[in-house]
Design a protein around this ligand. Sequence first.
Ligand SMILES: Cc1cc2nc3c(=O)[nH]c(=O)nc-3n(C[C@H](O)[C@H](O)[C@H](O)COP(=O)(O)OP(=O)(O)OC[C@H]3O[C@@H](n4cnc5c(N)ncnc54)[C@H](O)[C@@H]3O)c2cc1C
Length: 387
Amino acid sequence: MKQRLLFSSDHELFRDMVKRFIDKEIVPFHAQWEHDGIVPRDLWLKAGEAGLLGCSIPEEYGGSGADELYNFVFVEELARAGITGPGFAVHNEMVMPYILSFGTEEQKLHWLPKMVRGEVIGALGLTEPHVGSDLRNIRTSAVRDGDEYVISGQKTFISNGQLCDVVVLATKTDPNAKEGGISLFIVESSRTGFVKGRRLEKIGLKAQDTSELFFEEMRVPVSNLLGPEHGGFKLLMKNLAQERLTQAVRSAVVVETVIDYTIAYATERKMFGQTLADFQNTQFKLAEMKTEAVVARVFVDHCLKLFMARELSGIEAAMAKMTLSNLHCRVVDECLQLFGGWGYMWEYPIARAYADARVVRIAGGSIEVMKQIIGRSLFPIDKSTQN
Ligand SMILES: Cc1cc2nc3c(=O)[nH]c(=O)nc-3n(C[C@H](O)[C@H](O)[C@H](O)COP(=O)(O)OP(=O)(O)OC[C@H]3O[C@@H](n4cnc5c(N)ncnc54)[C@H](O)[C@@H]3O)c2cc1C
């Protein structure tokens, strides 16, 4: 594919720096972190020092005030290197944007500079054991008591759950409200009643810390409320498009990368007096996948452009996430097939890519929820189910 026009020469210089950082500070250690099930805290400080956290945070809140494409460069290069352990995307693309978009001046000044430096690690607490897609029906409650709220409940599958210092937490403040009654809070993990539970064993993303969190009558001051009381659901819907675009951006790069190393493998692998690449089946499979990757790239870059112009709708973000997640899973599966038994061995990046892929059709809004969003836009009169 011809050179992408989206990024300037400054973005590309930044990309080179990001690649060097990943090669030096992450790649040599990632396999060990997969065994540990977590990445070390000082990686966050190093990323902060290198200017990789919250690139687009304005200077008055400690960032460099760059455009969001710099954050996406970081997402792309982590994906290209097969790095899935550090939960930087949650921190950069989810938690900081909530605080920046909806926080008070005091909240922004308090949290963002520390998050940019990597001294404070962020997590997003939405999912509960009995509820993920149907966020309106979360049960974690926040009950007002004078100048405080008392928060009780449980979250699960929380990325950065063990490492986090701060959580943007979704709670129910009005259990009787038909339309959610949800409020967001900025919650410090140091508070009494904030309990970190198990780090969960997963099929893939082995180095990423994914955990349970418990809230046992945890008291937070009213000033920890993020956005309006009972107004949290709307805020969640506003920011989910960015999360879904981020996932699509990751998937587009993974698809391109695994196709490239499958081409390299097929060119080398010999059998029946020829190479794997000489079989028409191999060429046809890769021809199809390459074409789909190019088509997908054009759409993802289009969505990035819309995002940069503040014009990306939730529907387009859902289309990007659905298409790219499906393509991601299918391409790693078909590429793994071409590796034969070696594709099943953990030492081969394609095996890791396969294990890491499955989650993309579930987390951050499942394929079915994406279809629901897109489908509803085609039949706007049907408001029976919402997400
Ligand atoms: C590795 C990992 C990391 C995660 N990180 C975070 C995190 O940092 N923070 C956080 O809050 N959450 C996180 N999640 C949770 C994730 O967002 C949820 O798993 C996801 O939203 C799905 O919710 P659920 O697991 O409860 O499944 P459910 O909502 O119970 O879904 C079960 C099935 O029902 C289907 N379904 C749902 N709605 C519909 C519908 N309308 N029509 C048809 N079918 C439907 C789903 O597609 C799915 O197939 C993470 C999950 C994983 C696996």
